[in-house]
Design a protein around this ligand. Structure first.
Ligand code: RP5
Length: 318
């Protein structure tokens, strides 16, 4: 970069940065390179699972020798019933890792590059040890892909319509949150990507099912909701804020969650008025929640919100 451009960008920002470059800079501020998964090492595996073998921070990386490491094998009883969303352990040798697995049309690629598959045919969690072997509650060996809608608006004064600020003068962002039935935590209304489905379709479907309870609407109402969502979740409004590993309590050494978090921002504050928020499917409740930095949300959802906040604030201040 020459001297003039360096001085220009110091005072006025870099005019040549693309949206994706700006987003990348925000992501690396929110999620540092040396991030170590923590939720994926929670003491007890969720859904009535066993206690995890304790993995200290220094031993998470597979490259670090951990001679005493003896992860606990756990696969939830539901997997024994061979549900459609799960791999068949008898067929593990046929699984095509690190690519689209043609036999079942499942995406086995990871946003973190090529992951290791052991000689026994088990994929290794790219973020390191978790204290549990097997799939736990997850259906797929390797990455289990999800998608999360990050639907936001600025909190506005109901009379003046001006954006409201917190005590430190920061604009307040609101987002659509659902309460998960499995653990009672507030979360983004995300869900699993179906075989052959693209993440952009999953975010719409999951938003409808979990935040609008679309599954209990009449056929005509559901069709109307689908049309409205198609309009709002179009390529013009949707921005990918994050794609990659989720620090999810269900992760194991051989199965883990990855997601594509897509931000849809209601800039005038009325686009989503036509929808009645109502928890459905895996959600017991749905609401517009005020985002506060560091707030407790399921898995690493608070990080996705932090990225979306910075990005949307940058737009507000332009
Ligand atoms: C998280 O689990 C993802 O970010 C997504 O929100 C969710 C998908 O799993 P289910 O909600 O379908 O259980 O890791």
């Amino acid at each position: 970069m020459d001297f003039f451009r360096a001085i220009w960008s110091l005072f006025f920002g870099n005019p040549e940065l693309t949206q994706e470059q700006k987003m990348q800079a925000i992501r690396s501020r929110v999620i540092p390179q040396d991030f170590i998964h923590k939720v994926a090492r929670c003491e007890t595996y969720p859904g009535g699972g066993p206690k995890r073998f304790v993995v200290p921070d220094a031993c998470v990386d597979w490259e670090v020798t951990f001679a005493k490491y003896a992860p606990v094998f756990y696969e939830a009883p539901i997997l024994g019933k061979q549900p459609v969303w799960a791999d068949d352990p008898k067929e593990i040798r046929k699984i095509e890792y690190n690519r689209i697995d043609k036999a079942c049309n499942v995406d086995r690629t990871s946003a973190h590059g090529v992951y290791v598959v052991t000689q026994e045919g088990f994929p290794r969690n790219p973020l390191g040890r978790t204290g549990i072997e097997g799939r736990g509650l997850l259906g797929r060996y390797g990455p289990n892909h999800a998608a999360d809608p990050v639907v936001t608006r600025w909190k506005r004064n109901s009379e003046t319509h001006e954006v409201e600020h917190d005590a430190d003068g920061n604009p307040i962002l609101q987002f659509v949150a659902i309460r998960r039935k499995d653990n009672g935590l507030w979360a983004l209304p995300g869900g699993m990507v179906d075989p052959g489905e693209v993440a952009s379709a999953t975010v719409k479907r999951e938003f409808g099912e979990e935040a609008l309870d679309a599954m209990s609407l009449s056929e005509a109402e559901a069709e109307k909701v689908k049309q409205d969502l198609d309009e709002l979740f179009d390529a013009e409004h949707a921005v990918v804020v994050y794609k990659g590993y989720v620090d999810d309590p269900r992760n194991t050494d051989n199965a883990w969650m990855e997601t594509t978090a897509v931000s849809i921002h209601d800039s005038d504050g009325h686009l989503f008025d036509k929808f009645k928020l109502q928890g459905g499917d895996d959600a017991s409740d749905a609401k517009w929640a005020d985002y506060t930095p560091g707030m407790e949300l399921y898995a690493s959802h608070t990080n996705f919100m932090a990225i979306a906040y910075e990005f949307r604030r940058g737009q507000l201040e332009q």
